[in-house]
Design a protein around this ligand. Sequence first.
Ligand SMILES: [Fe+2]
Length: 168
Amino acid sequence: MSLDLAPDTPATTPEARAPLTPSALRTIVRELAEQPEQWIHHVRLSTEERWYRRLAADDDHEVWLISWLPGQSTGFHDHGGSRGAFTVALGELEELSLGGTEQGLLIRRVQSGTVRAFGPDYVHDVRNTASGPAVTLHAYSPPLSSMAHYDLRAGGLVRTSEEGPDQW
Ligand SMILES: [Fe+2]
């Protein structure tokens, strides 16, 4: 079947909206953390794995609530090209990433109230190494479409698997 379109028919594909900046995402999670009445009643804890729930989603970003029991961690992962920000609303976490001129391992304590924001290529491992639970708020733009996992080996990060939205 052929479509007989006039040559001056405008394209119907909507223009992709520009993703929010890490700075804008930082503001979203910081302001949400200051309004616990918006999310604290949703929090659950799971001994099976990190518990998570999507709080909001629209065309250009989404917001997630995650709880972490002691010992729970993400492993090294990317965000499929999305920009992101997260804040620790309760408790504290540890964040591992590679950086510096030698791409060495950086370990950072992320205390309650701290906001971390990152660009589309960021890879990190977030873990609860404290003795009590933690609760975090995350924003991603565009909304997460995939997430690859990595192993940290002697030569650096090695991509091991990838998951999509049907797996979370
Ligand atoms: Fe992450």
